[in-house]
Design a binder for this molecule. Structure first.
Ligand SMILES: [Zn+2]
Length: 381
C-alpha cells in the first residue's frame, strides 16, 4: 500500500493542489458548489463513475454529496463510509496570498490539513487496494459542506449514513499520526445586552449602559468552568459601546465552552440559558438580555462499537509496523455525532500536520503514504 502511494506521490499531490485551489469557505454557497463539482469530477476520474449518487441540498449551507462505489465481492454488504467536509474556515481570496506550496517535507495551503487531504487520501486508499488486487468493502464517500459552522445540513445525512455502515472513517487531521478516540463537546453562547444610549456628560441618567450590565455578567459566565471535570469556558470576544462619552446602547460577548461529559454540557447550557442580570440592572426595564445558546456537538467518548473498530484499526496498524495510541483532543468533529449514537466510528485518520485554522496550517509529505495505507486497511474485507 505505502509503496503504491509513494510511487504515485506526484499524482496525489497534484490531486490535492487541484481541490485546495478551489476555495470553499463555509459561508459562500457559490464557491462551495464549484468546489464540490471539482471534487466530484476528481473522484470520478480516480475511482470511475459511482454506482450510486445522492445530493442533499443544504439551503444556505453547503450541499451534501454521497458517492458510492461497489466493493470487490458481488455479495451485497454494508459499505465503509468516509465522512469528509469540503468546507474550510478560510475566506475567499486567501489563495491569492497563500497558494499551496511545498518546502522540504512541509506542504502548506488553506485547508490542506483540515481536511482536503482526507478527501484525496480516501480516493487513493481505494486506488491502492484495487491496484494490489486486495478485496475491499463498498465505499461511501460523504462530502459535507458545513462542518466548520456546526454541520446543520450535514448532520442528518451523516447520522443516516453511519447507521448503514460497517464502520465510519473520519480522515480529519490526526494527532501526529495517532487517531483521536475522545473529543470534547461544545456549547457556544452569544450573550447580548441591549441598553439605551445617552450623552455621558450631559444626560447620563437618560441612558442605560449595556456595557456596565454585561461586564457584571462575565464573571458569572467564567465561573461555570469546572476544570476538574474537563469543562473549560472561554469568553473569546467582548465588545460594546460606540465611544468614551456615550452610554453604551449595546454590548455582546461570544462564549466557547468545551466539555468531556454530556452531563456537563447540559449543566452549562442550562446555566447559560438561565443567565439573568443582577441588580440593579435587572429592575431597569430599559435593559434587555438576549441569549443565544447552542449545545452543538456532544462529547465523544469510547463506546463498545467504536472500541471494536479501534481494535481493528490497531491490528491494521500492527501489520504496517505501527503501534497506535489514540489521543483525546479538545476540538470537535462530525465523529462526535456518530459516536453519540453508539455507532462505530474512527476519527483523526487523516494527515499528519499542524495548524488547522491557522496560518501555519501544513501537512507532512512523509505522512501521506503511511496514513493512506492505514485508511486502506480499514477498507479491506
Ligand atoms: Zn475538520
Amino acid at each position: 500500500m505505502e509503496q503504491f502511494i509513494t510511487e504515485h506521490l506526484d499524482d496525489v499531490l497534484e490531486d490535492l493542489r487541484r481541490i485546495v485551489h478551489c476555495e470553499t469557505p463555509s459561508q459562500d454557497k457559490t464557491l462551495l458548489d464549484a468546489g464540490l463539482a471539482e471534487i466530484r469530477a476528481l473522484a470520478c476520474e480516480r475511482l470511475g463513475e459511482p454506482a450510486h449518487e445522492a445530493r442533499t441540498p443544504g439551503g444556505a449551507f453547503g450541499d451534501v454529496l454521497e458517492l458510492r462505489w461497489p466493493g470487490s465481492s458481488v455479495e451485497a454488504e454494508q459499505p465503509v463510509t468516509s465522512v469528509c467536509h469540503y468546507d474550510t474556515v478560510w475566506p475567499a481570496g486567501t489563495l491569492s496570498v497563500w497558494p499551496m506550496s511545498i518546502e522540504g517535507d512541509r506542504l502548506t495551503g488553506p485547508g490542506v490539513l483540515d481536511m482536503k487531504f482526507g478527501i484525496v487520501q480516501t480516493l487513493w486508499a481505494v486506488r491502492a487496494l484495487r491496484s494490489a488486487g486486495i478485496p475491499h468493502a463498498p465505499l461511501r464517500l460523504l462530502l459535507t459542506g458545513d462542518e466548520e459552522i456546526g454541520s446543520v445540513a450535514g448532520r442528518p445525512v451523516i447520522e443516516a449514513a453511519a447507521a448503514d455502515s460497517r464502520v465510519t472513517l473520519v480522515p480529519e487531521p490526526s494527532a501526529s499520526g495517532q487517531p483521536k478516540d475522545r473529543r470534547k463537546g461544545m456549547v457556544f453562547a452569544d450573550v447580548t445586552v441591549h441598553g439605551v444610549e445617552a450623552h455621558a456628560g450631559l444626560e447620563p441618567e437618560n441612558g442605560a449602559s449595556a456595557v456596565h450590565a454585561l461586564a457584571v455578567l462575565v464573571p458569572q459566565i467564567v465561573a461555570l468552568a469546572a476544570p476538574e471535570r474537563g469543562t473549560t469556558v472561554n469568553v473569546g470576544t467582548l465588545q460594546g459601546g460606540t465611544g468614551r462619552n456615550v452610554v453604551a446602547g449595546q454590548a455582546q460577548c461570544l462564549v466557547d465552552v468545551r466539555v468531556t461529559e454530556t452531563a456537563e454540557q447540559e449543566r452549562v447550557a442550562d446555566a447559560l440559558r438561565a443567565l439573568s442580570l443582577p441588580e440593579p440592572y435587572r429592575s431597569d426595564e430599559r435593559l434587555r438580555l438576549e441569549l443565544d445558546v447552542d449545545a452543538n456537538r456532544p462529547p465523544m467518548n469510547p463506546t463498545p462499537a467504536s472500541e471494536a473498530a479501534m481494535a481493528q484499526l490497531k491490528q491494521v496498524a500492527a501489520a504496517l509496523g505501527r503501534e497506535l495510541a489514540p489521543r483525546m483532543v479538545g476540538g470537535a468533529s462530525d465523529a462526535n455525532f456518530i459516536s453519540a449514537l453508539g455507532l462505530p466510528v474512527l476519527d483523526g485518520l487523516g494527515a499528519v500536520g499542524e495548524g488547522p485554522h491557522a496560518w501555519h496550517e501544513h501537512i507532512l509529505i512523509s505522512g501521506i503514504a503511511p496514513q493512506t495505507a492505514l485508511l486502506a486497511g480499514m477498507l479491506t474485507e
